[in-house]
Design a protein around this ligand. Structure first.
Ligand code: BES
Ligand code: MN
Ligand code: MN
Length: 453
């Protein structure tokens, strides 16, 4: 296997580069043609890798790429999930090289989607090719690669519900998460959920002269800032009533286990160029981003932001707010609690509108299962290190959906690093991680088939 990967490594990378050159930004309709092109590219490459029955499954949004290789009904089946869409590349001026012209620097590929998720998803296509070319695929495999992950996978639920037989599998395998470091490989055992809302605060019926009216009429931007500031207390707790009601308390044992993960607060601060971290009192940085819920403003706007100064008391102010959720919070419950609370704290001087965006449920994956054990063995074999179980803060809503609809659990076998800067300018993915990932995926299939016997 290793020899085949080594022999074909340049071609593997060339193909990934071709995929990275397609600006498949699902959030921006300007890129519609490119998102479609990326879907077809993936379908074609999946077929070339040796998958059968490849197709573009139409949805109300972007198509889902499907393909499979069923070698024996009596053998277990792995369902690989990934996404071919990417986040917008903005702000372009902060990229050292163009986001859709992949470039290698310091042994890393720089491009939007390099790690999230094109580079990681593509490892699976190349792992399939490697296994088939070596006559070594030991189980059945199905692929489902979507094009709307970064915008909330809104059409996925219906697709999964309507295709339960087609997607039937014994385990879902996803490479769309990270590891602690290349020295300390880890397996992700949990993801947070997400509630995302947009709020609109309206004051007077038109923009006003801030001298003529300022002081007598509520300024919606000022009001919005005060409202947002009140959502957390001085200990970093979220003040929305009942917000924590369903938060599952993580046991002291598990917290002690988490604390063993190699993590340096000093290096973390250095990496982000901050002098101090901040968060909920009583929890460590690792805990704050993994086992605790959060509330963050993702964007805030209103009034005049053009060149120079315009004296204006704006009529409206807006913000986009996300809440990351942990078991057993649900996005519906939290979105409702937010809405009720936000409306209740609005002063009489303004009107408030809360509009929910997409959501997703949190997920934890079992560590006492055969697929997890197979992932563990695969990493041990390829990385020569004992992998560490670790919960992560990001969200992949499909994980809970697969569990709910298909009654199948997921293994999160991703190889990204914090320094990959996903969703940020200069996103990258290490060449070492790309090739090592392909090898680990091949090893996963071997161990999974062996342990399933
Ligand atoms: N791959 C990420 C999720 C992720 C990132 C998991 C890092 C673990 C570590 C995924 O593409 C993503 O960005 N998800 C979104 C949620 C979605 C509903 C827009 C997220 O987490 O913001
Ligand atoms: Mn992703
Ligand atoms: Mn993402």
């Amino acid at each position: 296997m290793k020899a085949y990967i080594e022999k074909n490594k340049d071609r593997f990378l060339d193909e990934l580069f071709d995929l990275l050159r397609i600006p498949s930004v699902s959030a921006d309709s300007k890129f519609e043609e490119d998102v479609l092109k990326a879907g077809e590219f993936v379908r074609q490459k999946l077929e070339e890798a040796g998958a059968e029955n490849t197709e573009l499954c139409q949805t109300a949004g972007y198509p889902i790429v499907y393909g499979d290789k069923m070698i024996d009904e009596s053998l277990p089946t792995v369902l690989v999930y990934g996404h071919y869409d990417v986040q917008p590349a903005d702000p372009y001026e902060l990229w050292e090289t163009a986001p859709f012209e992949p470039t290698i620097r310091n042994e890393k590929v720089y491009a939007r989607g390099a790690a999230d998720d094109k580079g990681q998803m593509y490892m699976h296509l190349k792992a399939l090719e490697t296994l088939l070319q070596n006559d070594a695929l030991p189980c059945n495999v199905k692929f489902m690669i979507e094009g709307e992950e970064e915008i909330g996978s809104n059409n996925l639920e219906i697709f999964v519900k309507e295709n339960t037989a087609k997607l039937k599998a014994d385990v879902v395998l996803i490479s769309d998460t990270g590891i602690i470091s290349n020295e300390h490989p880890s397996i992700t055992t949990g993801l947070r959920g997400l509630s995302y809302v947009e709020v609109e605060v309206t004051g007077p019926n038109r923009d006003l002269h801030s001298g003529m009216y300022g002081g007598a009429v509520a300024n919606p931007i000022n009001v919005l800032c005060e409202m947002i500031a009140s959502l957390k207390d001085e200990d970093g707790h979220i003040t929305i009533p009942n917000f924590y009601d369903n938060v599952l308390t993580v046991s002291e044992e598990e917290r002690a286990e988490m604390a063993k993960a190699p993590f340096s607060e000093e290096e973390y601060k250095k990496m982000l160029d901050i002098d101090a971290t901040e968060g909920e009192k009583g929890f460590s940085t690792l805990e704050r981003v993994a086992i605790r819920p959060t509330l963050d403003v993702n964007g805030i706007w209103g009034g005049y932001i053009g060149e120079g100064a315009k004296t204006v008391l704006p009529s409206k102010a807006y913000a986009k707010i996300s809440m990351r959720l942990v078991p057993n919070q649900t996005s519906e419950e939290i979105t409702n609690l937010f809405q009720q609370h936000f409306e209740s704290i609005a002063p009489k001087s303004v009107k408030v509108k809360v509009s929910p965006h997409h959501g997703g449920e949190p997920a934890v994956t079992p560590t006492d299962s055969i697929p997890y054990q197979a992932a563990h063995e695969a990493i041990k074999e390829v990385w020569n290190k004992e992998p560490i179980p670790m919960r992560e803060g990001g969200s992949i809503p499909i994980v809970a959906l697969f569990e709910h609809e298909l009654k199948v659990k997921t293994v999160l076998l991703g190889f990204g690093l914090d320094e990959d800067a996903i969703h940020s300018p200069n996103e990258s993915y290490g060449l070492f991680n790309f090739y090592q990932g392909i090898e680990t995926i091949c090893a996963f299939y071997q161990h999974f088939a062996k342990l399933s016997k």
